[in-house]
Design a protein around this ligand. Structure first.
Ligand SMILES: Cc1cc2nc3c(=O)[nH]c(=O)nc-3n(C[C@H](O)[C@H](O)[C@H](O)COP(=O)(O)O)c2cc1C
Length: 183
């Protein structure tokens, strides 16, 4: 089995999503030590914006297709995902490879993979909260992975910009949740 670990936070050592995605990978590897690990840091090794020419290079897609579990660190920037992560997704959603259009509508072709996403958000976006309409990170990622046939799992650290105490509490809670995911 192969785990693909993707990170997209620009915050380096101050990142919240990076230690949470790392903890998910660590837990998964504790329960399955033989699993191979491939890492892709989209900040230290960024992908360019998509161009037509870039479609000819399938290395990012091949890496995704070859993986059994994908762990993604996904911070919220300006209410959605970092552009670095979008550039990666632009290479994953490929008609005929991860989805296809049929007479009955679109069909996901990438089912069978496990995708676990570590979310880090400065605010709170629960349903009914004032900012919930601006939540375009979790909802977008769920929609995109559903589209290619995958039901992603999420571990979220929220309210990170509210106060240092809230940040500590939210990160600890998210790290604790990674135990459940490894089961
Ligand atoms: C450029 C930038 C934009 C941000 N935009 C938002 C935002 O729109 N909503 C929000 O709740 N938090 C926002 N934040 C706060 C981040 O979501 C929060 O700092 C989180 O910890 C980011 O994950 P990271 O620490 O792994 O980078 C933003 C942070 C940065 C650096």
């Amino acid at each position: 089995m192969t785990i693909l670990h993707i990170d997209s936070s620009i915050s380096g050592e101050n990142s919240a999503s990076r230690p949470i995605s790392q903890s998910i990978v660590d837990r998964l590897r504790q329960s399955s030590p033989a699993d191979a690990l491939v890492t892709r840091d989209l900040v230290s090794d960024p992908l360019p914006h998509l161009t037509l020419d870039a479609f000819a290079d399938t290395s990012v897609l091949d890496e995704f297709l070859a993986s059994d579990t994908v762990v993604i660190g996904a911070p919220m920037y300006n209410f959605t995902l970092p552009t670095q992560l979008k550039a990666w997704l632009d290479r994953i959603l490929v008609a005929g490879q991860t989805f296809r259009y049929t007479e009955d509508g679109p069909e996901g072709l990438a089912g069978g993979k496990r995708v676990v996403i570590a979310l880090a958000r400065g605010g709170f976006y629960d349903q009914g909260s004032p900012a919930s309409a601006l939540e375009h990170l979790e909802s977008y990622l769920r929609g995109v992975f559903n589209f290619i046939g995958i039901e992603p799992e999420f571990v979220a650290a929220d309210g990170l910009a509210v106060s240092p105490e809230q940040r500590d509490t939210s990160i600890k809670q998210a790290l604790g949740e990674t135990i459940r995911l490894a089961a």
